[in-house]
Design a binder for this molecule. Structure first.
Ligand SMILES: CC(C)(COP(=O)(O)OP(=O)(O)OC[C@H]1O[C@@H](n2cnc3c(N)ncnc32)[C@H](O)[C@@H]1OP(=O)(O)O)[C@@H](O)C(=O)NCCC(=O)NCCS
Length: 197
């Protein structure tokens, strides 16, 4: 399955409005497909995720450490997919899901049929609903494909944890201490309001 073709139902790009109540108007954001040639964006996003609390790592570390580097490779032929949020034609966020193997597992690896999801939003675009919008869109793709999605979140990353729990991710028994969470489309059918809207 190729990336993107089943990602957005009506058009290639979709839009969203950022939260702007009581603030000066801010521009809306667009969501588009992530391409396999956007490695630099995935390096930025992976670095931002590793450094969510403080600047522990560099771009060099991301590319040099195989466990980090695999988050920078989108391989559509194995089913990987992702979405980019853009504001004023600038990428300000990305949500992507990668199928990895037991030989090269990510921190949120569950099994080879479950892609590991990551999401990152640029510093100056956080808290505006972009991370939630990207996550919901990725879960919509997973629903159409009838696949679960896993992830890993570090202890103390309350903003990310709150987002994931609010969309129905739950801790994986036995891996909860490692922050591994999973989301199953079967738990989020039309009759079950927990789902992505
Ligand atoms: C985590 C992250 C992706 C969320 O994206 P975002 O665009 O900032 O989040 P949103 O504006 O969509 O808010 C989503 C939820 O996050 C939580 N949140 C947002 N801002 C928050 C804040 N200042 N404090 C606590 N929680 C907050 C809320 O639960 C919010 O839900 P709501 O929409 O009902 O208010 C983004 O903040 C980020 O990239 N952080 C650094 C890297 C990181 O931690 N990545 C995740 C690794 S597991």
């Amino acid at each position: 399955m190729t990336s993107g073709a089943d990602t957005v139902t009506t058009s290639r790009r979709t839009t969203g409005a950022v939260k702007s109540a009581k603030m000066a108007p801010v521009s809306a954001f667009e969501i588009r497909h992530l391409g396999p040639d956007e490695k630099d964006l995935l390096v930025t996003a992976t670095l931002g995720n590793l450094n969510w609390r403080e600047g522990r790592f560099s771009r060099f570390d991301v590319l040099d450490n195989p466990t980090f580097a695999h988050y920078t490779r989108l391989v559509p032929d194995r089913g990987d997919f992702g979405l980019v949020a853009e504001r004023d034609s600038r990428p300000v966020g990305v949500g992507w899901a990668l199928f990895t193997s037991a030989d090269e597992p990510g921190y949120g690896y569950v099994d080879s049929h479950t892609p590991e999801f990551s999401v990152w939003v640029a510093d100056d675009a956080r808290g505006l609903g972009i991370g939630r919008a990207l996550t919901i869109r990725v879960l919509a793709v997973a629903t159409r494909r009838a696949i679960p999605v896993s992830l890993s979140v570090e202890e103390g990353n309350t903003r990310a944890s709150k987002l994931y729990k609010s969309l129905g991710f739950t801790s994986v028994p036995g891996c909860a201490d490692d922050g591994v969470m999973i989301w199953h489309p079967r738990d989020h059918t039309r009759n079950n309001k927990k789902g992505p809207a």
